[in-house]
Design a protein around this ligand. Structure first.
Ligand code: KG4
Ligand code: ZN
Length: 324
């Protein structure tokens, strides 16, 4: 069985081919055009997907050394994400599915993230706790079994990646802000400014980052500290906030393995501090942490194998939520 996966939920245009739960070939194009706007511009993102999908698809088919007629299924992300971006991918996928007369499988982007760890760790057995930390999401999930997930906490306002991006903007740094803040923080004093760790003592597994962002804005406006100390202290507050709830979720549920994925998982300070919590933390390779079509094709094939697919040709895009 060969599955072609398409991912266009935000600003990464991804296409991948998966067979026997192994990735045959894949390509992800990150849209750099948004950098000059300091964030993703939805209208531009949709157009870029439309522009690049045909070429990327041809490339992955060639790289896998197969012919287009060998493909058995087309899988595409249909939510959550930016509406226009999703629709660009879905229209392309529907065209391919009709042209080749093969089934089309809608895939939930979050469910694909939760399962992406299996691409490199096929023998990993649930349960595990997954901390999903990206520009659009900050969520804590319990993966109890295959296809059995429970969302136990999420951000009540901004995502943690957004906190990095908005903080970077205030510090006149480029987009995406996470790597920029990380670089600036490397020569700063992380305990210089006592930024809050929002919701740290509350009983839920929820997060909140908007108050922290406001604290950073006020701090920069006061002009009392240098930017490196602000960046280091701010990064430390975000990292601490993430770890406090992740650690609590692992211990309270007596689960030994934690997975961390999403763009923020690249953060070195986060990785360094996670070493100290005493759980087995798995980091998928960065190409599987950030948005990619490998996880879309992989989950679709896993579902076909397990007869968990609902072949509904009339599905459409949705911007929020997990439908599984
Ligand atoms: O998963 P991702 O590539 O894309 C989506 O949001 O879908 O995540 C991007 C986010 C951005 O907010 C970016 O600033 C953040 O991940 N990020 C980082 C680092 N690298 C990327 N945040 C902190 N430290 C990093 N090294
Ligand atoms: Zn994502």
């Amino acid at each position: 069985m060969i599955v072609l996966g398409i991912e266009t939920s935000c600003d990464e245009t991804g296409v991948a081919l998966c067979s026997d739960l192994k990735v045959l070939s894949s390509y992800t194009k990150t849209q750099t055009i948004h950098q000059k706007y300091g964030g993703v511009v939805p209208e531009i993102a949709s157009r870029e997907h439309e522009k690049y999908l045909p070429g990327i698809t041809r490339k992955v088919i060639k790289d896998a050394n197969i012919s287009i007629e060998d493909i058995d299924y087309i899988a595409v992300t249909n939510g959550p994400g930016l509406m226009g971006s999703l629709l660009s991918g879905i229209s392309f996928a529907k065209g391919m599915s009709q042209g080749l007369n093969i089934p089309l499988i809608p895939v939930n982007h979050l469910e694909a993230h939760l399962n992406s760890v299996f691409i490199e760790h096929q023998n990993l057995k649930p349960p595990f706790i997954n901390l999903l930390v990206s520009g659009g999401h900050t969520q804590l999930w319990i993966v109890k079994d295959l296809f059995d997930y429970e969302l136990i906490g999420e951000t009540l306002d901004d995502a943690c990646g957004e906190a990095f991006d908005k903080g970077a903007k205030k510090l006149n740094l480029n987009y995406p802000g996470g790597p920029e803040i990380e670089k600036m923080a490397s020569t700063g004093e992380k305990n210089k400014i006592a930024f809050p760790r929002p919701l740290k003592d509350d009983k839920t597994f929820n997060y909140s980052f908007s108050g922290l962002k406001t604290a950073l804005i006020n701090c920069v406006d006061k002009g009392l500290y240098n930017d490196n100390d602000i960046a280091a202290s701010y990064q430390e507050a975000i990292v601490d906030s993430l770890i406090i709830k992740f650690d609590k979720a692992l211990k309270k549920n007596k689960i030994e393995t934690g997975i961390i994925c999403g763009g923020v998982a690249a953060n070195k300070r986060l990785r360094e501090k996670l070493k100290k919590i005493g759980s087995n933390i798995i980091y998928p390779s960065m190409k599987y942490c950030t948005d990619n079509a490998d996880m879309i094709a992989y989950l679709a094939e896993l579902k076909v194998q397990n007869r968990r697919i609902d072949f509904d040709k009339n599905f459409t895009a949705y911007s929020r939520g997990m439908v599984v």
